[in-house]
Write a protein that binds this ligand. Structure first.
Ligand code: SAM
Length: 233
């Protein structure tokens, strides 16, 4: 799998791949990363990539020419799926991460300033995603957030792929609380059932705790799950 980051700030992205799981996955050649900087495609003699908005309004907008030329060059190199992170996109969720893990080449186009000229988005976007209802200064963090979530679903990236199966959002319920060793720490104990080694009882307790956690943090998700299971009965 290949990720191309179209960004004015490559150095904001590079560091994330220099350590831990994703560094090891890159060393194992499970994915590769490259970058395109729209500034290098700007025909402006000062390599400008932004200008004031047509029709007025606060702030600067990323102008069409540098991005049109960058993305044309990208597409000329081969088949690529182009994602624009934007607060107006649909929310990025776990199912998107799993679905996109099957793509061979994804490009993320990071906006800056007040965003990207709409004509660029209309011409090149395969999908638009938001990573939450708040405004960040640029698309680099959202691109990394999505890349990380996608890569966890690429075969071989996680040491133990079993850990994917029981995670929150993989099932209708959030994951049950986890406890690391030692079982007793500073007077606080992991649930005693976890210590007794009876796997069916541990699993029943985990299901009950998952339900409690979902009820507390995501009541609407639990309601949907209960509706679905009552239809199935
Ligand atoms: N003026 C835009 C608006 O109100 O929708 C916000 C532009 S934001 C300051 C600049 C860039 O950051 C966007 O083009 C996008 O690439 C990225 N961005 C900011 N917040 C985001 C979010 N919640 N999800 C995805 N991308 C985001």
């Amino acid at each position: 799998m290949r990720f191309t980051y179209v960004t004015l700030f490559q150095n904001l992205i590079e560091g994330y791949f220099q350590d831990s799981i994703l560094r090891r996955a890159q060393d194992k050649e499970l994915f590769e990363v490259d970058y395109l900087n729209p500034r290098e495609f700007s025909t402006n003699r000062h390599q400008k990539v932004d200008d004031t908005a047509v029709g007025g309004g606060a702030g600067m907008v990323m102008t069409p020419q540098p991005l049109f030329d960058t993305l044309r060059e990208l597409k000329a190199r081969g088949d690529v799926y182009i994602i624009f992170p934007t607060p107006v996109g649909k929310p990025f969720v776990q199912n998107d991460a799993k679905r996109l893990a099957k793509k061979k080449h994804i490009a993320f186009v990071s906006g800056r300033y007040e965003g990207i000229d709409e004509r660029v988005i209309e011409t090149f976007a395969d999908e638009l995603f938001s990573i939450g209802d708040y405004i960040l200064t640029g698309g680099e963090l959202p691109s990394l957030v999505m890349s990380d979530a996608i890569l966890r679903n690429v075969e071989g990236v996680l040491g133990n792929s079993d850990s994917l199966a029981m995670e929150s959002f993989e099932t209708p319920l959030l994951e049950a609380p986890s406890f690391g060793k030692p079982p007793l720490y500073e007077g606080s104990s992991a649930p005693s059932e976890y210590l007794k080694g009876n796997h069916s009882r541990i699993s029943a307790l985990k299901s009950a705790l998952s339900e409690c956690k979902t009820k507390f943090f995501r009541p609407e998700q639990l309601l949907q799950h209960q509706k679905r299971t009552s239809y199935e009965k």
